[in-house]
Design a protein around this ligand. Structure first.
Ligand code: ADP
Ligand code: MG
Length: 745
């Protein structure tokens, strides 16, 4: 902080990076009763390293339940702030402070300032001169966000509509432009009326001149307004798109792992992509349709003013058209549901085929797949034809009615002119038919909109099926202990959703911090489930899981996962360089830490042989690396965060003997200062463990060291001798196998 001149020496800021902005925000948040911490905010912030600016801060604040607005203030504003405190101010060195109140000390007005990096220190009084010396005038106002109507409403048509209506200014301006346009649309018919009735009949050239000028002016005005309206819609659409995109991605990240296991990647992406359709319907057809309805408010009264009998005739036909549309609404909706289902089956099959292409080719399933595809395509085509045939009917019925408006009112008007006493001028008749045609436009469009409306509804259902899935339960105010890595399971039972048998059936064990624990058992015995529960991927377990003596459910889930390193059998690497991949969870780590992690993981050796070393670009799915190399990178990536608990789930199974030997050799150093949970079906890699847990069908069969288990546990002894007799049979093979080397130690 820059106010040393106040006579207190500022102590060194502790463990703060950047400009204190996040600390300031966390402080303000806690003053406003929102539980968060700078650490949590920092994790929410994507590009670590860069200090967030005011606009970014406002967005971070919004994510944690505040409403924040960057602004510029002066001392005078602060004096009138009243209950709007606390406020964040930015100083000229880029750092942020928090002003908690405005008061008088003696005669001098001062603000009470807290340095967010020392939030426990008392607030200090700063007077105007000192503050304005350093303050840039930039400020961030924050208050607790009150749940807006519909904020936590599930995703749906109303939600989308609200997003559109939230662009209040644009909606208002566009509506205004539309109203003016609808009045202007009266100008041409009225002018025709005057031309025919006055100019032609009475041969008035001067009137004609005036009319020409009027027409040109109206045209120019209309053109400009039309341009404005489209521009505003384009801007609003972009904003709405951005907001919806952020929302969808947020919801997606919040979904539990279960969801992604039950739905394929392709299908989720396909469903979310449907949001495009809804948006274009809302901001396109629907919006314009509503605006057209607005013009009716002007057109219909004008018709009645011009000629009430004709107006009644037109209105009657209009109502008949509306009734036809209403009658077809239901059947078209049902037909569209059929189309959607058929399309769904079709795209699921396409996605599955692409994803399983390797298997399809190796099993020569192309022919069978093609037949299935034919069926799917036929289904989809039939459903689409049904829909088109159905949609054809109202359109066919509406077409003559639409014609009848124009021709009918012309004939009716002529008849009225001949028979009635009231004089219907030729010009009025022309003007009337023009207006009548214009007025029925919205109804005609409505019939076209029916199908699009059904499409939008279908799209909403698709998106909602992803977005409205129950999100992962997250404790916002969970504890954030410094983890040492002690684990205890007490009578833990867990059944996967929709599974008949429990995956874990009453498991008890404890793990001392800093030990290496092996987990063995047949495939399906529940080993992976144990590690998944530890990561908080499923939260509905029974019994008690404790980490460092704290119930897992009490711990902040982000914190928990950030203190764990997990390496699975098949690791996913992101597209990017090797460096980016290793540092993905800790972008601020130095090169030394990265190289050390790579060395421990046995990856350094192959990275250095690559022409571009750590800067080598990985393709999608890291297909330019071998399985073993990918695995070693994944281990390095886990190590770089220095986790308190390291989980290897069959992580070394895919490794070639050389790499496995490197890891086995480094295991002591890898395990130093943390707990390691190691799942392996090769018992040889578990012999050195401090404890080996033997799982069988979701139960803990036994636990102990290798020497004890081999004496007393049948399952273990059986598997051990099975594996080693096999190895012993081929001595050459055995000599090279590091597992045997370990076993013989
Ligand atoms: P292991 O890792 O020991 O091979 P797991 O812990 O993966 O075993 O699985 C334990 C049991 O839970 C198995 O019977 C398996 O069928 C079931 N299971 C595992 N994952 C799921 C899942 N996502 N949904 C339903 N059942 C599952
Ligand atoms: Mg497993």
């Amino acid at each position: 902080m820059r106010f040393q001149s106040m006579g207190e020496a500022a102590s060194e800021p502790s463990n703060v990076s950047g400009n204190g902005a996040l600390e300031a925000l966390a402080h303000v948040a806690s003053r406003l009763g929102v539980a968060t911490s700078a650490e949590r905010l920092r994790r929410a912030e994507i590009d670590g390293g860069h200090a967030p600016d005011a606009r970014r801060l406002a967005r971070i604040a919004r994510d944690c339940g505040l409403e924040a607005k960057p602004t510029r203030l002066s001392w005078r504003h602060l004096a009138d702030f009243g209950r709007a405190f606390p406020v964040m101010l930015r100083l000229d060195d880029g750092s942020w402070i928090v002003v908690e109140e405005f008061r008088r000390v003696g005669d001098t007005p001062v603000v009470m300032v807290v340095d967010p990096r020392h939030p426990t220190a008392p607030a200090r009084p700063i007077d105007e001169l000192r503050l304005t010396d350093h303050w840039t005038g930039e400020a961030l106002l924050a208050r607790r966000r009150l749940a807006r109507a519909g904020e936590d409403r599930p995703f749906g048509f109303q939600w989308m509509l609200e997003q559109v209506l939230r662009e209040r200014q644009v909606v208002r301006d566009v509506a205004l432009a539309a109203s003016v346009l609808s009045v202007l649309s009266l100008v041409p018919p009225m002018l025709y009326m005057v031309v025919v009735d006055r100019v032609l009949v009475h041969h008035r050239t001067s009137t004609l001149m005036v009319l020409v000028v009027l027409i040109v002016a109206a045209l120019a005005f209309e053109t400009i307004l039309g341009w404005l309206r489209r521009t505003m819609i384009a801007i609003a659409t972009a904003k709405i798109d951005a907001r919806i995109g952020l929302y969808l991605f947020d919801r997606l990240l919040g979904l539990p792992m279960d969801f992604f296991e039950r739905n394929t990647t392709g299908l989720i992406a396909h469903k979310l992509g449907e949001v495009r359709r809804i948006r274009s319907f809302l901001t396109g057809q629907l919006f314009n349709g509503l605006l057209d309805v607005l013009t009716l408010l002007v057109l219909v009264p004008t018709m009645f003013l011009l000629e009430p009998v004709l107006a009644g005739y037109v209105l009657g036909i209009g109502v008949a058209m509306a009734v036809i549309i209403a009658l077809y609404m239901g059947p078209i909706r049902r037909a569209y549901a059929g189309v959607l289902e058929a399309e769904h089956r079709k795209s699921s099959m396409l996605i599955e085929t692409i994803q399983g292409m390797r298997t399809i080719k190796s099993l020569a399933l192309e022919g069978r797949r093609r037949n299935q595809w034919d069926v799917r395509v036929a289904e989809a085509t039939n459903a689409a034809t049904d829909l088109q045939m159905l949609a054809n009917q109202p359109q066919t019925l509406l077409a003559p009615l639409e014609r009848a408006i124009y021709s009918g009112s012309l004939c009716l008007g002529a008849w009225l002119a001949i028979t009635e006493t009231s004089v219907v001028h030729a010009g009025t008749l022309v003007a009337f038919t023009m207006i009548a045609t214009r007025a029925t436009q919205p109804i005609v469009q409505l019939s076209g909109m029916m199908q699009q409306f059904q499409e939008a509804r279908g799209a909403i259902a698709e998106v909602a099926s992803v977005v409205n899935a129950t999100p992962e339960a997250r404790r916002v105010d969970g504890v954030r202990p410094t983890m040492r890595g002690a684990i205890s399971f007490q009578e833990v039972r867990f059944t996967y959703p929709d599974a008949a048998l429990p995956a874990l059936d009453g498991i008890d064990f404890t793990v001392e911090p800093g030990t290496v624990v092996g987990l063995m058992g047949r495939s399906g015995s529940g080993k992976t489930t144990v590690t998944r529960l530890l990561q908080g991927l499923h939260q509905n377990h029974q019994g008690l899981i404790k980490i460092d003596g704290i119930d897992l459910r009490e711990i902040d889930i982000d914190h928990l996962r950030s203190r764990m390193g997990v390496v699975l059998q098949d690791s996913f690497l992101f597209r990017g360089t090797i460096r980016e991949n290793i540092l993905v969870a800790r972008p601020d780590a130095g090169p030394d830490e990265m190289i050390e992690a790579a060395r421990l993981a046995g990856a350094e050796e192959f990275i250095e042989r690559l022409p571009r070393g750590y800067e080598t670009l990985l393709e999608e799915g890291a297909s330019n690396l071998s399985g073993g190399q990918r695995q070693r990178l994944a281990i390095a990536r886990a190590l770089v965060t220095d986790p308190a608990l390291l989980i290897f789930d069959e992580a070394t199974s895919a490794l070639d003997p050389d790499s496995e030997a490197i890891i086995a050799e480094n295991l002591r150093r890898i395990a130093a200062g943390r707990t390691v949970l190691m799942i392996s079906h090769r018992l040889a890699s578990l012999v050195d463990c401090d404890q080996i847990l033997v799982l069988e069908r979701g139960r803990l069969r036994d636990a102990g060291r290798h020497a004890d288990l081999i004496d007393r546990c049948d399952t273990y002894r059986h598997l051990w001798f099975q594996q080693n007799r096999h190895l012993a049979r081929g001595p050459e093979h055995g000599r090279h196998d590091p597992a045997v080397a370990v076993a013989r130690r």
